[in-house]
Design a protein around this ligand. Structure first.
Ligand code: GUN
Length: 295
């Protein structure tokens, strides 16, 4: 039987309606408008597209939003000064520096410079550490989105075998940690697979919930998936261009074949992607509340 398609687009829409209501109420009751700055260095097409999506959503939800574009040759010191400016700006509650950064800039130094209270990506070591000990203020957006999709699709995570493919700091490591916590939408037994894993298929075939963030098109094929598994595809691979100049995307999972075996599966596009942006908005609302003693 073909899998139920988990629509990130639909779930994200629901959550955005909830956020809109909250933004309205924050304005009415506290005269508070959540403020988000997205800093883009250079003109990498994927980064431009992500930042544009984030800004568009922030505006739709009634945020104060600033897009700060800087040239690829900005110095590290100039970028650190810019972050300091936004750290001190009372109208800005969330600061996002789009990654990757040009090679001459030390990414960690930049991420460490963001005030942890304004770190809506949850990449600062303080927030990474808080996640580890179950004290998170912010969850990184993509893992947060994945967990919300599971919860809102009624997927049983308690005691489930979760297998994560990929160990990035942005997705693999944090989602593994979150799914292992004793918490709602978690409490799972977690395995992390990566490029050093000896027999990948042996692990993925055990998964009740398979989360794939490998960064490789069709890294997971049907023979690697257990009958009835829930499959979350985090991959965003740009495999070509339409005549109109729009990127053609595919995930890390062989969707057409795997959907015949899984019980639920996320598509690409329209799966994890819209959730990631929405969770950034949720984190920004939280940051605004933190700044005003309302969280
Ligand atoms: N580049 C790819 N994903 C992300 C993300 O979630 N946040 C930021 N800041 N940069 C990214």
């Amino acid at each position: 039987m073909a899998a139920k398609i988990i629509s990130g687009t639909e779930i994200a829409k629901q959550i955005r309606e909830e956020i809109k209501e909250e933004v309205k109420s924050l304005k009415e009751k506290h005269n508070l408008t959540p403020g988000l700055v997205t800093i883009l260095i250079g003109d990498n097409p994927a980064s431009v597209s992500y930042v544009t999506g984030k800004q568009k959503t922030a505006k739709e939800l009634g945020f104060y939003s600033v897009q700060d574009n800087q040239p690829a040759d900005i110095t590290e010191d100039q970028l650190l000064a810019l972050i300091d400016k936004y750290n001190k700006d009372p109208l800005i509650h969330g600061i996002l520096v789009q990654l990757p950064l040009p090679k001459h800039i030390n990414e960690n130094k930049v991420l460490y410079a963001i005030n942890p209270d304004k770190d809506v990506d949850a990449f600062h070591p303080v927030n990474v550490g808080k996640l580890m000990i179950g004290e998170a203020n912010y969850y990184p957006c993509t893992p947060f989105g994945i967990q919300q999709m599971l919860i809102r699709s009624g997927v049983q995570t308690d005691g489930a075998e979760v297998v994560v493919v990929g160990r990035s700091n942005i997705v693999g490591k944090p989602i593994a940690m979150m799914m292992a916590q004793k918490a709602k939408g978690a409490n799972a037994t977690v395995t992390i697979c990566h490029t050093g894993t000896k027999n990948l298929a042996e692990h993925t075939r055990r998964a009740d919930i398979l989360i794939v963030a490998a960064g490789r098109p069709k890294a997971v094929t049907a023979d690697m998936v257990k009958e009835g598994a829930v499959v979350i595809d985090v991959g965003v691979n740009r495999i070509g261009m339409t005549p109109e100049g729009k990127a053609i995307l595919c995930g890390d999972v062989d969707f057409e074949a795997v959907k015949e075996k899984a019980s639920m599966i996320t598509p690409v596009p329209g799966g994890v992607g819209p959730m990631t942006i929405t969770m950034l908005m949720l984190n920004t609302v939280k940051a605004a509340k933190v700044a005003h003693g309302l969280a």
